[in-house]
Design a protein around this ligand. Sequence first.
Ligand SMILES: [Zn+2]
Length: 316
Amino acid sequence: MKAIKRILYTVAEILFVLGSVKLGIYAKEMDREAFFENSDENRFPQTIVHYVVTDFLQMPLPDGKKEKKVLVMGYDGFREDGLWNILDDPFSSVCMVSKEGGLYHTYAGGDEKWRQETTTSPGWASILTGQWSNFTAVESSDDVKNDMAKTFLMDASQKGISSAFICSWKEHFSVTYKNDIAFVKQNNLPLQFFLEEGDNKTYACLLQLVEKNPGQIKKDEEDPDVIFFTLEMTDLAGHQSGYGNQNPFYRDACIIADACGRNIIQKVMDRETYEQEEWLIIITTDHGGIGNTHGGQTDEERNTWMAVNRKIKIDS
Ligand SMILES: [Zn+2]
């Protein structure tokens, strides 16, 4: 009798544990999907970032606003499930931005018609130009971008809008955008390229570029209207010790990148002229990762995301 009771008790306990595990998983999955505006099956290509920026710059200024400002924040190699580390914090950079607009599932690596590596140079080139590598010609970090594939930064600078590209990934400067850099110099365009020594320097540069303290007067180049930057810490952690939340170093990198982003957004919101400015803020990533690498076509590498402070039409 005692033995039967014990068996029944053990069975009940196992069922209870299994039940809560199952409930826990489902509940979490539902909560996580609730953060996104589009479904996992209806992801946007990462090229959408270019079009969101371009549309914003073409729109008339709303009443009461004097200037448009764009900030595109890149967290390199920030896998989509890395978001689980920050989405429960309403003051995370991603939540602060998406609460005004939305968080969207996106994808890297090309589509059915054209595949490209889920790597840094092709990814950011697609985000900046709105094209896959069949047009950008950036199939790896060895390729110079096709001049015809214009970044939204180049586009803005040719219209006289002060713009800036800031990061510590050297290949952007020595290879991918070297023609853009030469063109900007030749034509004296207001597009600055800042090659920084690491994320600390990128972060410091950003804080300086976006801050506007009471009474502070800044020249156009000190206060660019279109800014793009990347932080590399998530990608570095992934390469060093593994992409994904099983790796505490990767999780920490997600949290720190997000905290840097949050401080930058706070600086924006603290600007003396913030109320008169119309800001578009986007946070996104270039690719995910699996094991200690990326480049392939697995979901872990292809699934990316975009937080934006404006609603995007789902059917567009
Ligand atoms: Zn990357």
